[in-house]
Design a protein around this ligand. Sequence first.
Ligand code: WTA
Length: 660
Amino acid sequence: MTLNKKNSINNILEESRIFPPSKEFSKNALIKDFKELIKLKEAAKKDSNKFWDDYAKSEIDWFEPYQTVLDDKNAPFFKWFPEGKLNISYNCIDRHIKNGLSDKTALIWQGEPGDDKTFTYSELLEEVCKTANGLKSIGVKKGDLVCIYMPMIPEAMFAMLACARIGAQHSVVFGGFSSESLKERLIDGNAKFVITADGGYRKDKEIELKNAVDLALEAGANEIVEKVIVVQRIKKEIYMDSSRDLWWHELLQNQDKWCEPEIMNSEDRLFVLYTSGSTGKPKGVVHTTAGYNLWSHLTFKWVFDIKKDDIYWCTADVGWITGHSYIVYGPLSNGATTLMYEGVPRASNLGAFWEVIQKYKVTIFYTAPTAIRSFMKSGREIPDKYDLSSLRLLGTVGEPINPEAWIWYKNVIGKDKCPIVDTWWQTETGGIMVSPLPGAVNAKPGSATFSLPGIEVSIVNKDGEEVNSNEGGYLIVKKPWPGMMRTIHGDPDRFKKSYWEFFPMKDKKYVYFAGDGARIDSDGYLWIMGRVDDVISVSGHRLGTMEIESALVSHESVAEAAVVGRKDSIKGESIVAFVSLEKNFQKSLNLINELKQHVVNEIGIIAKPEKIIISDALPKTRSGKIMRRILRSLASGQKISGDISTLEDSSVLEKLKEDS
Ligand code: WTA
């Protein structure tokens, strides 16, 4: 065993230790060895149409067949299985009931205050149908957009599947976003309906979701939103507008337990999910029915190697893509048992996750590196108190995992017997793109290893030319895949330009640019090096620096703002903002706190800057561009290196150093 401690660009240790899966694991795995994986990858490369066609036919139930696999006539607006007809809620529920799984547990839900519930597939069908009928009864129609702003309760899943059942699009907004962010998303998506709750629990506190909806509506969304459905969760007295607001339990009380699934075209929209990019405004990523169904289904099956008795738990929130693909659609489409947990580990219960694993004998556990790093920090004594022997497979998502955290996860949580799948993907990709297949790939800690069958990735320079092995560059996907985003809601041009026309096109071929830097080592393993655009990742939450800057500048005291990420040993990155003030304002601790709170109000708690530095001037080039490279060095306390000759006024640097 050798450990090569050379630092790579983003301070991740380069690792050459290799961890093969146990023979036992491989023997029982769906894809049992590397040769089998290579065979699949080659088959996909040789005849990608046949590859996708075979899987679409064998894994998805269609109401009417498609004739075309991939329609690339209007590239990069690719269409998949365009003539096909299906319904994803049928594929997630009804077909399993037809196959004898009525009494299998579909959903295990653990509430934060200790309450819990389970739903079998037939109970899930009933709940989804009642919800679907309830939505229809208030006028929700095929194609309408329904915003779901909810805590992690079963009703969030029912609401998503009910929308899918009647052909409405859902737009789930994470409950940690502020009323202002919610308003933006309601208006951008033209959401006529909102489903929310009287409140939710977050780290021993109550969050006022309905109140945030009221504020978003008052602030302008009332011109669009017609009805608000409210789930009673925390039983708090809240304001209800009798002409607009309805209680979920009253609406569903007398609804029929059966609702015919709407017949959807493959390319009908399933959902819009907002994510941060490098502009000030979040973008609504659009996913459609068939391609997303196939990709979330297939990746779940391959990567999590699902078996019929597995108890699978993904700790994400349904407000993120990970929750969409790997709490709801992927697991249910496979007829698996998926666990949903309302809480998060918190000071009063650091063992919360391990308690859940012990209680339900969870076999597959999928979480974020940030969580693992914070568990590491609080010591192995905590997980060691619990029985984690049911676990057989572990996963990570959302940000690079450093080898130390990987090894800790493997030893302390996985007791050295569980393979780890480090899964790289994005809101835009719909499902996992790069990950070890757990029975087939020898893992290297910190590497997401290889792209999945059907996905061809490469590392290129700014001219779009492939770089040598071990050289860093831009990560691209060379061919379209079924789960790819179809467009940005309301901005197809941005979709085309920023994702598919980023590099000069070679041979008129479109390649997808992910926004990440990466390198491929001499063994062919892929190492993600982090974002190359103005997107930062704080505890695995994706945030645009410009979004935070816009929020700051909207405060009356702020003249200019520049936001950068600073390395953080737990959160991956934390937010540092440099701010210059308008003339009549004075620097003070109070103002700094006010500005932090202002960002929380504008975006949400996840965007709260860790540090705000007020300075008279920001470093700019002669053409007026803020030199973020300098700010990044200052924020992380590093020496300013590289060329500073383009700086307009070099005295700014001294001033900034004093202020930092
Ligand atoms: C980052 C989350 C390293 C990456 C599913 C990507 C990762 C962004 C990994 C997408 C990983 C995700 N290793 N980085 N395993 N997984 N990322 O849209 O920068 O919230 O572009 O989707 O997270 O974030 P998003």
